[in-house]
Write a protein that binds this ligand. Sequence first.
Ligand SMILES: *Cc1c(COP(=O)(O)O)cnc(C)c1O
Length: 418
Amino acid sequence: MKAVFSEEIVRLGQEIEEKIEGRLREVDRIIDKNQWKVIEAFQKKQVSDYHFAGSTGYAYNDRGREVLDEVYAEVFGAEAALVRPHFASGTHTIATALYGVLRPGDELLYITGTPYDTLHKVIGKAGDGTGSLHDFGITYQETALTAEGNIDWSAVEAAINERTKVIGIQRSRGYDWRSSFTVAQIEEMVQKVKALKEDVIVFVDNCYGEFTEEKEPTEVGADLIAGSLIKNPGGGIAETGGYICGKEKYVQLAAYRLTAPGIGGEVGAMLGTTRGIYQGLYLAPSTVGQAIKGSVFAAAMFEAVGFTTKPAWHEMRTDLIQAVSFDGPDHLIAFVQGIQKASAIDSHVVPEPWDMPGYEHPVIMAAGTFIQGGSLELSADAPIREPYIGYMQGGLTYSHVKYGVLMALQTMKDRNLL
Ligand SMILES: *Cc1c(COP(=O)(O)O)cnc(C)c1O
């Protein structure tokens, strides 16, 4: 180990680990709660080995698929769920939920500021011609967060009108230097928004949030939520897919959009994916906990060498993302390349900034992952734009994240940046 990491960096890592001990135990308690929640849902729905069989063709009456939806609904405290490998990504899943419930003349209002980059083209603008929401006559508004990072309620009140059909909430910070919203905060948002307009549908982009707390947004009143199976709830095992949970009528509409009206979730061959999706859900509480512990360690380490982090190591977490503000592109690039260098997969490649589809700035990404783009696995991304914030997330094992962070710091040191 000494050959790779300088003694100074190894020693710092040991000191930091002692300092964060109490926080790590708190994460263990959340893992325990969520692990039993998931096991109880499996037990209640009597999940059996035969549910894991693949299905082909139309796949009518695929019991494994039907029970999987029921297990997800149970875990997320929702009326219904739609869990499918046919969702190509988180963006596709979110888009399906939105197209499912929005109709021409309706308006979507995001109250947590500008949403995640890949959703901008889903929302669309005049003259798109892509089939964006805008092309279908669905208008959009968003309210910026206050300087303190809170919901601007007077702006929300002014923005809500008779056409407002869906209120969008993004739980995770995404690529934004803001705090993520806790489930308790989301509960308050649901109540306030419904007091302003009773019949709005509250949609939560739950990406990166699952199992970081003991409750999910659907347990505190959100009507519809969506997320990706190559993030938290896939447990690092699910190979592709997404999930939508919520009120039965809205999940049904999303299912009609995913396949076709009248068909919905009644068809859809699972091929060989079912076992992995179940097993991933079973592992997810524990794996998410590993990643969270890694983020706490990362925050404490980067703080120790003088960078600003969000959240700070001692702060409560409601998603996987650890943001670190670097001094400029050199530190940022060394950070991302260091994470890559500590990977089990593709450690020999050096990430460089590129123009990734769906993103507005060049992005540099470290992703030495078993699942392409799987961000419950240790990965780091950064749009190359001021103020040079790097985002890291995931890690199937806490140990791996520790080495990733040590390697990032070592890379900076080797380049005389520390
Ligand atoms: C990852 C993510 C998405 C989009 O998911 P993709 O799988 O990248 O398409 C949307 N919203 C948030 C908050 C995310 O973290």
